[in-house]
Ligand binder design. Structure first.
Ligand SMILES: [Mn+2]
Length: 250
């Protein structure tokens, strides 16, 4: 059954950790979690979409979903396998997107994995140990979190398809922000992307050289599957406690 949105109270955990765009980089995931002292009986881990494709061990990353304390939302790559099985995407296109691993699997395994990868949720609203309410949406979201979630949840809503597209694929906000920052040439950046109805929202999908925040949003896909990239693990409350140190643009 498809779940568009999950609200999770993770306040009883020691920490809520977050990674994004793991893209089949299983070893990097294990190393990064070891580096931050992840313990599955104490910490919760959010995977903010794009578990698979491009990297060497997509199936091993999917297996993490069966562990306790692991939560995730869906990224655009997590729905491609199902699109391929539904006939909406060609084998060539799935291979071009780094999904060649999927094409080599037995048909029954393909069906099972595609279903598991695409079943949602599209977005998460999480209560952290420090009592913050934070949102996770793979690519982007509307500037009203409640409106965004309501549109994702209601397939009959006029804005449903647009909300899904924004959530899974959009680079609008980060593109506009970086363009505004470029034009400002070190002066204050007037561009705002504040999301109402939530304390902070985390995005992946668009690669950045280091994680950063602007208004109440953070982007942290540091390109684990590309040369020179790495996998960032954020301790969500620790990151937000020192958020002003993570803002390159004022
Ligand atoms: Mn993506």
């Amino acid at each position: 059954m498809f779940t568009p949105h999950l609200k999770l109270d993770l306040s009883a955990h020691r920490r809520v950790l977050a990674v994004t765009d793991v893209h089949g980089e299983h070893e990097k995931l294990v190393e990064a979690l070891e580096g931050i002292g992840f313990e599955e009986r104490l910490d919760a881990l959010i995977i903010n979409g794009d578990l698979v494709d491009r990297g060497p061990a997509s199936e091993a990353v999917v297996q993490w979903l069966e562990r306790p304390g692991i939560y995730r939302c869906v990224g655009n790559h997590d729905i491609l396998a199902q699109c391929y099985l539904d006939g909406d995407l060609s084998a060539d296109l799935i291979a071009e997107h780094g999904g060649g691993w999927f094409l080599t699997l037995a048909p029954e395994r393909q069906t099972e994995l595609a279903r598991q990868l695409s079943r949602g949720p599209l977005a998460l609203t999480v209560t952290t140990p420090a009592g913050r309410n934070v949102g996770f949406a793979h690519a982007d979201c509307w500037r009203d979190w409640r409106k965004h979630i309501a549109a994702l949840k209601d397939p009959t809503a006029a804005l449903h398809i647009e909300a899904k597209r924004l959530n899974l694929w959009s680079r609008n906000t980060i593109t506009d922000l970086l363009e505004a920052a470029h034009k400002a040439k070190g002066k204050p950046v007037a561009y705002t992307c504040q999301v109402s109805g939530i304390d902070h929202v985390f995005h992946g999908h668009s690669t950045v050289t280091r994680p950063f925040a602007h208004n109440n949003r953070t982007w942290f896909d540091t390109a684990a599957c590309y040369p020179g990239g790495y996998l960032t693990v954020l301790d969500v409350d620790a990151w937000l406690d020192r958020i002003d140190e993570h803002r390159p643009f004022q």
